[in-house]
Write a protein that binds this ligand. Sequence first.
Ligand code: SF4
Ligand code: SF4
Length: 167
Amino acid sequence: MKEILVRPERCMGCRSCEIACAVEHSVSRDLFRALSEMPQKRLYVEHVPEYSLAVPILCRHCEDAPCVAVCPTGALTQDALTGVVRHNRDVCIGCWTCASVCTYGVIGRDRRARVAIKCDRCPELDVPACVSACPTRALIYGVVEDLSEARRAASALKLARGVAASR
Ligand code: SF4
Ligand code: SF4
């Protein structure tokens, strides 16, 4: 099962992902025409000045997602096959119960319709728009096991280098 995975050490804070997200969720899906629509993004590049870092924060489509569990109208549902948490704006009543339990703070508010908005992982695209737009590959679309394997290999290499240098 693929997820949007974040490699914060690669993020340069350019916000290309945020723009691509907003355009993908606009009516025109065109950068220049979308400007007049003012579409809203569904992921957030948070700047952490203490460490001079930018960190993209987006819906993790959690296992047993708490937002789904607390939604009183069934507006939030989780696909059993893909794990994607989707939002049905037609039955959303804008009560913000989902926002109050989301650890990541990634439930947004559609200012005009007064309903929640969140990442839908771009169901019409093979690769989510934010991932395609990231110039540094800080966002990747892949399986967790592959990311963990790559991280393990990198850690092993660092450790091995240290051991070799101390011989
Ligand atoms: S909106 Fe928040 S709680 Fe719901 S699946 Fe996404 S990260 Fe998890
Ligand atoms: S596009 Fe990539 S590098 Fe730019 S802000 Fe988003 S995650 Fe960071």
